[in-house]
Design a protein. Structure first.
Length: 136
């Protein structure tokens, strides 16, 4: 069985979404294909295609949001790496059994029509990892 299918996207925390969109538009040669607010996470996202992969820019909508806290702690830059999975609940169960700490016990609705679950960086070598499954 295929567990982590591919890197689905790399999330990048930014202070100014419009400025970051302009930068990545120049870098990648095309504009973002989607901008979306995820109220539950206090974030506005902007997605770019980069070949078969995606870049997700994340700007906090509130000063106490997870992205604002991450920027305060580490500055702007890579926030997380997301992996596409076929069955998010099965992967959550498998990874929990392998000793990873899940940040949510149930998958939740994320941006770009995905169910998501994050793994705590302390259990993943200092990297925040996200599992994501397309909502069918």
């Amino acid at each position: 069985m295929e567990h982590l299918i591919r890197i689905e996207h790399i999330g990048i925390a930014v202070k100014d979404l419009s400025a970051a969109e302009a930068l990545y538009t120049k870098l990648l040669g095309e504009a973002p294909y989607k901008r979306e607010e995820v109220e539950s996470e206090g974030v506005i996202t902007s997605f770019f295609k980069a070949g078969l992969n995606k870049i997700e820019l994340l700007e906090s909508t509130r000063p106490d949001g997870p992205i604002a806290k991450a920027i305060e702690k580490r500055g702007e830059g890579i926030h997380h790496i997301a992996f596409e999975v076929a069955d998010i609940r099965a992967e959550m169960s498998r990874l929990k059994a392998e000793g990873f700490t899940l940040l949510n016990e149930e998958p939740k609705r994320g941006a770009d029509n995905k169910l998501v679950c994050f793994l705590h960086p302390k259990s993943a070598g200092g990297v925040l990892l996200e599992l994501c499954q397309e909502i069918r």
